[in-house]
Design a protein around this ligand. Structure first.
Ligand code: ATP
Length: 199
């Protein structure tokens, strides 16, 4: 029984995240996939980032139609910094059988060496990566050679970031967000006035 976990800040979740998830779930056989938003330190929330509750809610809206996918509040419920190592260890203990895929965009694979306990992390899971931008495809293929256990799924990049979404929302450019986020997530952003400066 294979499991996949997909961590990130998801502030907010966008179509790049969902597309990545759909692509990898088509590429590998997985019984359970978990999306796990990380904990944002309170001082960052003061800078206009959303609460864990809002990010969780938007993820639930965006993932509602995805088969086998659960949104997990495991990192949000833990104190302190969210290190992937602890999350992976926890899910490995919960699901000791089969592969444990750790889903990430190519930018994450490229910085993998610098992660907390990267080597131990690598032993606990199988990194599963897709191209985030056309510019890093070659670098990513090269990196995947360095980590022979990593699975690299080639897919046409969908270049969008949460930063871009927050910027557009802050300027009230909601029509430009339509192709980039789930309609229910967009409704939530508008209703809750997320990313608009409260000063
Ligand atoms: P921010 O702009 O706030 O830094 P982000 O868009 O990079 O956010 P994260 O929540 O930090 O989103 O990303 C979570 C995971 O999703 C990471 O593994 C990242 O590489 C991947 N990811 C994000 N956007 C894309 C995309 N457009 N295509 C493929 N992977 C993506």
């Amino acid at each position: 029984m294979n499991t996949a976990i997909f961590g990130g800040t998801f502030d907010p979740v966008h179509n790049g995240h969902i597309r990545l998830l759909r692509t990898v779930l088509q590429a590998v056989e997985v019984e359970n996939a978990f999306i796990i938003p990380d904990r944002i330190p309170p001082h960052k929330q003061a800078l206009g980032l959303s609460s864990g509750q809002d990010r969780l809610e938007m993820l639930r809206l965006a993932a509602a139609g995805l088969d086998r996918v659960t949104v997990s509040d495991w990192e949000l419920e833990r104190e302190g910094k969210s290190y992937s190592y602890y999350t992976v260890k926890h899910f490995r203990e919960l699901y000791p059988e089969g592969e444990l895929y750790f889903i990430m965009g190519s930018d994450m694979l490229l910085s993998f060496d610098k992660w907390y306990k990267a080597e131990e992390l690598m032993k606990l899971c199988t990194p599963l990566c897709i191209t985030r931008s056309a510019a890093d495809t070659d670098a990513c293929r090269e990196k995947a050679r360095q980590y022979p256990s990593a699975v690299f799924v080639e897919a046409e990049p969908f270049e969008v970031s949460s930063t871009q979404i927050r910027r557009l929302a802050a300027e009230g450019r909601y029509d430009e967000l339509e192709p980039l986020v789930d309609p229910k997530v967009l409704g939530y952003i508008i209703e809750k006035k997320l990313y608009i400066s409260k000063d």
